[in-house]
Design a protein around this ligand. Structure first.
Ligand code: PRX
Length: 627
């Protein structure tokens, strides 16, 4: 996965440039940062507000609170659904669902709105109103999208938990979020295998008194035997009287839309809080300008709505732009390695937003899979989650026809929207995520906050507020402050990168104890906390190790309690334990039993030393090493 080869330049063809919404990036960028309020304010004019904003931003540099559209009122569900129906697009396809078992469902904007209103009625009948919290533990299905939009419509706050998480990972999120309602499904499917979500949800919610109701979305024909506090969606849909419409509840700039948990440097995941109006503006604008979404587009993003990519670029951004969204359940290799290519051919997908790990997996399967399909509908490609290495860039480019722009988009759960990216009209350098999105002041700095020179490596920071910036960390305002005080006054991303002479960013990875496995974000401390709940494990350390396919894999070092022995094969016991604590994405790929771990004199595990040894690199300054 070497990225040392000198990047070539890919220049968009004249036809793309002619049709572009951003024919002059440099001019627009300069204007947008000189007067960000005009730039964002003009984009806000495309959206519908029950109270039209007269101001764009209140920024408090002391508390780092950016209040976007501070005097406006509106609703993101109104903008994602009702607005399009009002404008005559009720019969346009909004959502195409491709299930893991070959199911296919199509929702027009009219039908999606109708289902969302019904779901909102059901939530309302369960006592959910503005500001109330709802956890959503569903597989990537239309119900997941509808549940999110229904919460938004009511002004309620959703917290979607990825359906691959284990019961204890779900539980720790429910404990922190304390939802009134937990929405789950009877089951999901992945590679043809049934995923028993209801059982996981039942284990996770035991004894959590905040949850008044568990709302279950059925999947199979079988009748469910219910536990106390459980209701099945179709029953409630029958019971609830749909008298009158249920108009979207107008919310203001401070009202949260969702809390999404993500990994950081401590053992406990943090609840990143996003507010409706600013998030709406940021995801609308970026989807429009980066993916150039138009009425004729069929847009396919390979993420799961359970992650931020799915929130911003499956559900909200594309629907705000009235695109047709393809939502696929399952994996790129099931039922065969041509899964995505055949979906693209079948549904005439025009914008395909993928991930480096997916692309590298497809590379392994070989070119005959894409070559066997008609991919002529494609016009824009994308990638997110980890660096897209030049080899994968070139392969992706070649097998899709050799002429399509690739948006290698850099952003985070916290940023809510894409921050650094090419645009369809800008030249691209394979291996680079391009330059900052208009209105975004991204920089690369040293430890004191000073910009580094081109070619030098530093930390990525954002210098000024952006519309879909997170507002706080749920129940942990100190953790929010830390993002802005690590380097005083700027947002600290935790990523390292370098820029070239043309201002193109090359992202290199995290500078903290966060690792990226197949684009999934995991904290080493989180994995270690899970390991030491195993009765035989005394101490543990986790590191990320470079991997050709997944970017990084998890390697763990464990010290057993004296006299403890593991049942053969010994590593399986440890891996299974982490899997059941955190879920499959956190399962260690490599396990090593050691006698002791390198520590500082104050007892902190020196993961840096373990990593250097593992990779055969210089171990650096060892003066603080205990032994
Ligand atoms: O390290 C960066 C990496 O993903 C991190 C954010 O992870 P998460 O909050 O889970 O959101 C992922 C989807 C937005 C970043 O700190 N990352 C994301 N996109 C890229 C990337 N690294 C390199 N290039 C990218 N395009």
């Amino acid at each position: 996965m070497s990225s040392s080869s000198k990047p070539s330049l890919f220049v968009p063809d004249p036809a793309t440039l002619r049709k572009s919404r951003v024919p002059d990036y440099d001019g627009l960028y300069a204007a947008s940062v000189a007067d960000p309020e005009s730039f964002w304010g003009n984009l806000a004019k495309d959206l519908h507000f029950t109270k039209v904003p007269s101001r764009i931003l209140d920024w408090n540099p002391k508390t780092f609170q950016g209040r976007w559209l501070p005097d406006a009122e509106g609703n993101i569900c109104d903008n994602a659904l009702d607005r399009h129906v009002r404008e005559g697009f009720a019969n346009k396809a909004a959502l195409i669902w491709a299930g893991d078992r070959g199911e296919e469902e199509i929702y027009t904007y009219g039908r999606l709105l109708d289902q969302t209103v019904r779901f909102a009625h059901v939530l309302k009948s369960l006592g959910v109103g503005k500001g109330d919290r709802v956890s959503i533990f569903l597989p990537p299905t239309p119900a997941q999208v509808i549940a999110m939009l229904a919460c938004a419509r009511l002004g309620a706050i959703h917290s979607v938990v990825f359906s691959g998480f284990s019961a204890s990972a779900l539980r720790s999120r429910l404990e922190d979020f304390e939802p009134r309602v937990l929405v789950t499904a009877e089951c999901g499917y992945r590679r043809g295998k049934r995923i028993p979500l209801l059982e996981t949800a039942r284990t996770a919610r035991k004894g959590l008194s905040s949850i008044a109701t568990t709302l279950i979305v059925p999947r199979e024909e079988t009748s469910l035997s219910l536990e106390p506090g459980e209701r099945v969606l179709p029953d409630l849909l029958k019971e609830v009287r749909f008298s009158g419409s249920l108009p979207p509840v107008p919310v203001s700039c401070d009202d949260p839309l969702f809390v999404l948990y993500t990994s950081g440097t401590t053992g406990k995941p943090k609840g990143v809080v996003h507010v409706q109006l600013g998030y709406m503006l940021g995801t609308y604008a970026t989807s429009r300008m980066i993916f150039d979404l138009r009425d004729s587009d069929v847009y396919f993003c390979v993420a799961d709505p359970g992650w931020i990519t799915g929130h911003s670029y499956i559900v909200y951004g594309p629907l705000l732009n009235r695109a047709t969204v393809l939502l696929s359940e399952g994996t790129p290799e099931y039922p065969d390695a041509g899964r995505h290519w055949s979906l693209i051919e079948r549904h005439r997908v025009s914008v395909y937003y993928s991930t480096p790990t997916t692309i590298r997996l497809q590379m392994r399967f070989g070119e005959t899979w894409p070559a066997g399909r008609d991919l002529s509908s494609l016009r824009i490609l994308g990638s997110v989650g980890e660096p897209l290495n030049p080899e994968a860039w070139h392969w992706f480019h070649r097998v899709t026809g050799g002429h399509l722009p690739i948006m290698d988009t850099w952003w985070q759960t916290e940023t809510g929207m894409i921050m650094v990216t090419p645009l369809p009209s800008t030249p691209e350098k394979p291996g680079s995520a391009g330059r900052p999105f208009p209105g975004v002041v991204a920089d690369i700095v040293d430890a004191t906050g000073k910009s580094v020179a081109p070619g030098e490596t530093g930390t990525v920071v954002i210098r000024t507020p952006w519309p879909s910036m997170f507002r706080t960390v749920f129940r942990d305002p100190d953790r929010y402050r830390k993002y802005w005080t690590e380097i005083p006054g700027v947002f600290f991303s935790g990523d390292s990168a370098r820029k070239d002479e043309d201002g193109y960013f090359f992202f290199l990875g995290r500078v903290d104890d966060v690792i990226k496995v197949a684009g999934h974000r995991l904290g080493t401390a989180e994995i270690e906390s899970a390991l030491i709940t195993h009765p035989k494990i005394a101490e543990a350390a986790a590191i990320g190790k470079p991997d050709e396919l997944r970017g990084e894999i998890i390697k763990v070092f464990v010290v057993l309690h004296p006299h403890a022995t593991l049942a053969p094969p010994p590593h399986d016991e440890i891996r299974t334990h982490v899997r059941s604590e955190l879920g499959g994405i956190a399962e260690p790929h490599e396990v090593e039993i050691v006698i002791s771990l390198p520590k500082t004199r104050s007892g902190k595990i020196m993961r840096r030393v373990l990593k250097a040894r593992e990779l055969g690199l210089p171990e650096g300054d060892l003066s603080t090493l205990e032994d």
